[in-house]
Write a protein that binds this ligand. Structure first.
Ligand code: GDP
Ligand code: CA
Length: 312
């Protein structure tokens, strides 16, 4: 089994490659739920949904999240009633949120609802929410506001300076069924090229997960989300300094520290390989820009080769 710690789009692009490189039934993704929010009484899980739409082949190709062939009838009508449209929901997308919310109200845990959803989209890999409990990434800004991650990220476009990031609700959260087993029983654990602060840390902060990653006999391999000193997309460069991490491929490896056995960096960052290795982490240099699914597949294979090498 290959277990991937996953955020949204960066992880989805990687998982598209991994599920081509190996049998998808051997893949489990443990997915961040710190981004999840309530809107109009609905439960929305952006990272789970981004992965589902990507692997289900229905993602919006330019935007890279949400649905292709989408309409916004409901959101436009909501504006009529004075609702601020800062978090727009497409009509097709709404159907998933309606289904999920209905099932959650019936008492079905998020992990079980997620299994229904992935089945409906024909996915063969296992998507495991990090926890079935409600947790929420909160951004404390330097101007003293305490924002939900989505208010900071989507409404304010990551403009405010960040003082602190925390996963609210983490103290009482438990890992979802299968999460700890997926880490301890894996042949390799892979940290996807996701946002280290608001995608990966927020999985590690669920009690027991960080300990499982540190204690698993499987090699732990990460892929750098930073290429050429920049985020490939998104705004992770706004968050890394807030946790004291440098916005470089080697900087993120140092931030993960002892959790890593291996680290994959892009050819653009080749000169950083010695620095990574001095930190006691085996480093491989390869093409990590996954716009082309073939590149993503090759990258996944390189991860598994490195895992095998380190497992010996
Ligand atoms: P989000 O939850 O949708 O923001 O997505 P993630 O947390 O999974 O991933 C966001 C990160 O993925 C960003 O920091 C990007 O730099 C990184 N990323 C996206 N596409 C690629 C890619 O093709 N290669 C690499 N190396 N990183 C990528
Ligand atoms: Ca996310």
């Amino acid at each position: 089994m290959f277990t991937v710690l996953a955020g949204g789009v960066g992880a989805a692009r990687f998982l598209r490659g991994l599920t081509r490189a190996v049998d998808p039934r051997q893949v489990a993704a443990i997915v961040n739920v710190g981004d999840d929010l309530h809107r109009f009484g609905l439960r929305i899980c952006p990272d789970l949904d981004s992965i589902t739409y990507w692997l289900g082949g229905v993602v919006h190709p330019e935007q890279q999240w949400g649905r292709a062939d989408e309409r916004f009838t409901v959101s436009e009508e909501l504006a009529r009633f004075g609702h601020d449209p800062w978090f727009t929901l497409g009509d097709r997308d709404l159907a998933l949120h309606l289904h999920r919310t209905l099932r959650l109200r019936e008492g079905v845990p998020l992990s079980a609802v997620t299994a229904e959803v992935t089945r409906a989209f024909g996915l063969d890999l296992r998507l495991l929410p990090a926890t079935d409990d409600e947790v929420e990434t909160r951004i404390l800004t330097q101007d003293g506001r305490d924002l939900h991650f989505q208010e900071y990220w989507v409404r304010e476009r990551a403009a405010p300076e960040v003082a602190h990031v925390r996963l609210a609700g983490a103290d009482t959260a438990r890992p979802a069924p299968g999460v700890i087993e997926a880490i301890l029983d894996a042949d390799a654990v892979i940290l996807a090229p996701s946002n280290p602060v608001v995608s990966i840390d927020t999985i590690l902060d669920v009690p027991g997960v960080r300990e499982a990653i540190a204690g698993t006999p499987a090699p732990v391999i990460g892929v750098s989300p930073i290429v050429g000193g920049k985020v490939v997309r998104g705004m992770a460069h706004r968050l890394l300094p807030a946790v004291g991490a440098e916005v470089t491929a080697a900087g993120v490896a140092a931030y993960y520290g002892d959790l890593l056995d291996g680290w994959l960096i892009d050819t653009q960052d080749e000169d950083q390989a010695p620095q990574v290795e001095r930190g006691g982490v085996r480093c491989r240099v390869t093409d990590t820009m996954m716009d082309d699914p073939e590149v993503a597949t090759a990258l996944a294979r390189t991860c598994l080769d490195l895992a095998e090498e380190l497992g010996r």
